[in-house]
Design a protein around this ligand. Sequence first.
Ligand SMILES: Cc1ncc(COP(=O)(O)O)c(C=O)c1O
Length: 445
Amino acid sequence: MTPVSHPMESRPNDTDAFWMPFTPMREFQRDPLIFTGAEGMHYIRADGRRVLDGAAGLWCVNAGHGHPRIVEAIRAAATRLDFVSSFKMTHPDALAYARRLRDFAPAGLDHVFFVNSGSEAVDSALKIARGYHHARGDAARTKLIGRAKGYHGMGFGGLSVSGIGRYKRGFGPLLADTAHLALPYDRETMGFSDGQPEQGAHLADELEALLQIEDPASVAAVIVEPVIGSGGVYPPPKGYLEKLRAICDRHGILLVFDEVVTGFGRLGAPFAAQAFGVRPDMLTCAKGMTNGAVPMGGVIVADHVYDAFMSGPPEMVELFHGYTYSAHPLACAAGLAVMDVFEESGLVEQAAATSPLWRARTLALKGKPFVADIRTIGLLGLIEIEARPGEPGARGAACARFCLEKGVLVRGSGDMLVLSPPLIIAPDQIDLIMATIEDALHTVR
Ligand SMILES: Cc1ncc(COP(=O)(O)O)c(C=O)c1O
């Protein structure tokens, strides 16, 4: 048989066949960014240049790239048990990992539903919220409340509760039964805050007002990122999440924390729920679960939510929901190894110890050219840059490009420079990131 010839084979950088997510394809094709390896705090480019990872991949690689413990766990799992469905069967690592997650999560969140991404975690949580009320004979509660600037992934459910309008354009109609809270942020009083703004708890009262419009008895759940991530790193004002919790309790509404970014040590606690001392009824996670090494997500569910489903004939499926790859053996093995790494190297504590320096160095960019605002908490940071007149996003993109050429990966999102380094970042690496950004701000127009 004559071998089929692939005309692109001789052009390894040709990007035509790969339609990439959230990427301007035609621009990317002019100058593709390709990483061929990664190690610890660095990515490695095809020509061997090392790039300091200021983004933990995409808020994922909290323990640093290529952690030997995690790599070995995946390798061993692949040779032991390649695949088993979770529909009416399972494997020991799934059971063990669910128990470890239960211990890592806030007390009372004792049941883990495994999925394969943050988007699936959010859509699963929204379905479980509706199913919970249905199971309790309160099927009229279907409404889902999100928040401005919220990002909850790309499924139709998550997109419907998200608060970033441009991501919805062209994909409607979305879920009809949604409403949104405003962003609890005011630059005048909260700009350049170090961690949680002192003022602003009263902004949670908007939920009470919204419920009076929507009818509280029609609402299934409120979903928020405890710290808004992709939408622009907005820490919650002190007391705000506590108030949301109290209002939800008053009206029998479930509170869901989307912890896809804030989970796994990012805020110097296992989850934001522990960092802020507010317990949701469900918590979604992904990314850091496996250190980004194998796709995985999860919904960690409170006992009372789980228990509501455990009625009816015991031979009946209680939740008609799930995915082929839920609790995939490779992902569970990676997740267990991540738990070991967190415990043995005290990664959560390390993040908590590094955070004051991180926040101080980030905030030290105040007053540099074009800096309009800085928001930082835990090991998250965001520098908002004044847009170039008539060219929104151009200056931010130029800064991110400048940093990359200097060997530092900073995520440019419009005119925002988004930072979320691996939790193992060292002080001199923090200095290098901030010095490079400062250099960029002095160089770009
Ligand atoms: C808060 C939040 N939720 C959900 C998601 C979606 O996760 P994924 O891209 O794994 O589907 C993200 C992704 O960045 C996120 O930041």
